[in-house]
Design a protein around this ligand. Structure first.
Ligand code: AQP
Length: 346
């Protein structure tokens, strides 16, 4: 099980929502970058199921997706002996701190969040208050554990900035209680994997078109089919050019993320090639990464009892850590904490 937090180690926290099967965007933009952090950081990886409620979920499916997401983390290399792996709703302090922090977030700031604007467009029939205050819950997720770094894809950068602003505002009023976190966004590689059909958008697990997204659990043939149908252009040149050739740039970026090679190497490798070869080789590189993950996933899902046991233990330890922050935050605000201190022994 996860080792005790060492004060010498910096803390890294990240999470994903169980809103469906994960895409290679989630993998290359986030989870793949979590794994090496386990060596040097005190790491916590959370399944943020309360966030998923901001879009209406089928309860049966949600229950399944939560467990599947935890299994994907572990199948991708998150090791519960090195990291805390847990479910957000099992640690009530997340929702509790979110309420407190919502009194430190300004309406205008939340209105500027591009994810809110985008999701409010996509779910017009259900623009609920949770969708609006989503970044405050995310701030609570991060600040509860005193995270120094938060490995995320580029789409979450704005939320991270808001988290920092909230923490700085709180600390300016009440002293240095909250750790100000830094985003850790991949510089080389796939900070933003794009939709295969609409490359002007990011690849999203809840995108409507099947061909838009490659799922981690897609089989080899499906992955190949999706890449073969990826939208490119008529310029016939293989180069990185976000504006004029977003589709081709995306394929090159994915190839780099899957092979671990640099942009110059990609250009060298594909010089004098046609788009067809780029598509097939990208699919092959992605399948080489996904194959072992799918196999590990199948083994983990064969024993859901063991998965649940790991998650329960993770939640217990996470709650203990979260409680320490809650007591500090409540105390400086003037809320009573004596009972909590006694109960939690903090
Ligand atoms: N296309 C992407 N490229 C790079 N990184 C990405 N991430 C998501 N999409 C891409 C990163 O994955 C982590 C987990 O994301 P999330 O589950 O919290 O939700 P999201 O960012 O809203 O991702 P989706 O796939 O678009 O989910 P839905 O469709 O449910 O909204 C984050 O670190 C994110 O940056």
């Amino acid at each position: 099980m996860a080792t005790q937090a060492s004060p010498a180690r910096k803390i890294a926290f990240s999470a994903a929502q169980p809103t469906g099967q994960l895409t290679i965007g989630n993998l290359f933009g986030a989870i793949q970058n979590w794994v090496p952090l386990q060596e040097h950081y005190d790491t916590l990886f959370c399944v943020v199921d309360l966030h998923a409620l901001t879009v209406r979920q089928d309860p049966q499916q949600l229950r399944r997706h939560i467990l599947e997401l935890a299994a994907i983390y572990m199948a991708s290399g998150v090791d519960p002996r090195q990291s805390e792996v847990f479910i957000q709703s099992q640690v009530p302090q997340h929702a509790e701190l979110a309420w407190i922090l919502s009194t430190f977030a300004q309406l205008g700031e939340l209105e500027r969040m591009t994810q809110f604007k985008d999701k409010a467009q996509r779910h017009r029939h259900n623009v609920n208050a949770g969708l609006f205050t989503y970044p405050v819950l995310m701030a609570a997720d991060i600040l509860l554990y005193g995270a120094h770094v938060v490995p995320v894809g580029e789409d979450q950068k704005q939320h991270l900035e808001l988290t920092r602003d909230i923490a700085i505002r709180f600390n300016n009023l009440f002293g240095p209680v909250l750790q100000i976190p830094e985003p850790l966004i991949p510089t080389q590689g796939a900070a933003r994997v794009r939709d295969l059909q609409y490359p002007e958008k990011k690849m999203s697990k809840s995108a409507e078109a099947e061909l838009s997204r490659v799922m981690i659990l897609d089989d080899d043939a499906t992955v190949l089919k999706k890449f073969k149908k990826a939208v490119t252009d008529s310029l016939g040149e293989i180069r990185f050019n976000e504006d004029a050739q977003a589709g081709v740039t995306n394929l090159l970026t994915i190839w780099c993320a899957a092979t671990g090679r640099r942009q110059e190497e990609a250009l060298d490798h594909f010089s004098h090639n046609m788009y067809g070869k780029l598509k097939v080789e990208t699919a092959e590189a992605v399948n080489a990464v996904l194959g072992p993950i799918r196999e590990n996933y199948r083994q983990l899902m064969a024993d859901p009892g063991e998965l649940e046991r790991i998650l329960n233990q993770g939640a217990e330890r996470a709650a203990h850590r979260a409680e320490k922050t809650m007591v500090q935050v409540m105390d400086v605000l003037g809320l009573p904490v004596a009972g909590r201190r006694m109960r939690a022994g903090v």
